[in-house]
Design a protein around this ligand. Sequence first.
Ligand code: F6R
Length: 608
Amino acid sequence: MCGIIGIIGTHDAAPRLVEGLRRLEYRGYDSAGVATLVKGGIERRRAEGKLLNLDAKLREAPLPGVIGIGHTRWATHGGPTENNAHPHATHRVAVVHNGIIENYQELKAELIEHGYVFESATDTEVIAHLVTYYMEKEGLGPVEAAAASFKRFTGAFSLVLLFSGQEDMLIGARHGTPLAVGYGEGEMYFASDAFALAPLTNRICYLEDGDWVELTRSAAVIHDASDAVVERPVKTTALSGALIGKDGYRHYMLKEIYEQPQVIGDTLNAYINPETGRVTLPETSFDIAKATKLTIVACGTAYYAGVVAKYWFETLARLPVEVDIASEFRYREAPMPEGGVALFISQSGETLDTLEALRYCKRQGQKILSIVNVPESTIARESDAVLYTMAGPEIGVASTKAFTTQLTTLACLAVTVGHARGVIPAERMQQIAQALREVPARAADVLAHDERLHELAQEVAEARDVLYLGRGAMYPLALEGALKLKEISYIHAEGYAAGELKHGPIALIDENVPVIVLVPSDGLFEKTVSNVQEVCARSGKVLLIADKKGIDKLSDKVRWSLELPACDPLVAPLLYAIPVQLLAYHVAVLKGTDVDQPRNLAKSVTVE
Ligand code: F6R
């Protein structure tokens, strides 16, 4: 969740550390800090809140030094105060850390007995004191002290250490959360991801779990978990050095919503052959169509994409599907069938719960398939086969274009598997491929309703509670709509399967609760219409999103309606995602929240 960076450079490190942190800020933004060596001694600047507070501090009191480390925090242990901000330091060593040191309380007690005084409420501070202990009390050099300390920590973490008096050395370690090494010209770097290093270098080495590294200006000596020196490949990334801008949009989220016609098209280009019009997936080392069962695991919005996919795989491929949220699945000790395939969906490719669920499934002999947006992410690297979503960097914390490109990829997969299993004939496959190819143009039509959704937002912004309803593949869309609204506008919202309403939630209906109903004309149309009528009969304030058929049938009964283009029901989730995203966005703007960096959240969730 936190972002970490280290530079052994040839000129002032602090401004470049802050630039790197800006690109990592999506990982956490409740406090930030940097440390450099000034005349051999560790000096720090730290600030509570967003990175601009640290920037202002550095402008008031610049920090010289060509070697340094930086951190942007998402608090786990200890509130988001300046005192708890990283780097944490003793007079010998400073540390930036992502993850959790689970045994920090035992270590802290031990270090207090040795006379060390703690200043923060964090788990991280034990790292600085333990390394210092090994140097001061056991007489070890920095490398040996670091190696000895790494063996004492439990939990998932990555970290970078800066030592006083060591102008040409940083030590980094990766243990369950990501860390990459960047190779520059006469300079070397560490960072949580290649994106942070893009302005500095595109030559990146992704460390393996358990690796730790002695970094100097000219080399990286990489050790594995048993301390043996190992070689890891250095890859050239395609990431651009240019700072990803907002292109004139007020927020990244809005820009990313508007990018959807383009990135859905890019994803389709990867999976539909333009000449034959057929869905053509890359070769995999195992045959997904022969799976006895498909287990889909993910978190948050990616999980909702998985729930939509369950409907697709079951109807198009007659493949039994189980779908679960990773934090529940990973501890359930679920029995896994022989010949099963497990599918993991993740924008970042780093979500710890999803990754651990993947590892569990691997141990259970499942073939591992993943759908991720970030190439070289841990989930991608640990999978037997990967399908990439072509969303490009998603900076807004609320997932938008990653979701619709996940759906695009899942639709292509479900259709391919359905055809290979003999469930859908070639003509239906071709028909769906055609419907998918029309999605970018239809998505652009949906975006044209932005102004109407802005008007609706004024009504929703007044509400205390909002309900979203849908049936079939619209049920997960209802869940996603509610998640989008609550995470960025802080309004309480719930998604329900429309047919479930009468089993309890209907008690909430009154004239003050907006009920947003998603009703495409699919096989469940009449059923959902009945549910809408049940809400209307109880003076519910229905806000209808439907195509012409639904509008004709219901628009005179409901408070407000929006007509979306008619489409093959299979692709409807891709189109209905857009109005729920835009509605949440406009409500959040009206409420004056921080749309791109909503409170308490972070983009990449690498703690459990
Ligand atoms: C919500 C959102 C989160 C993520 C979830 C999984 O808008 O973005 O719910 O979908 O944290 O993240 P990834 O896809 O990176 O595994």
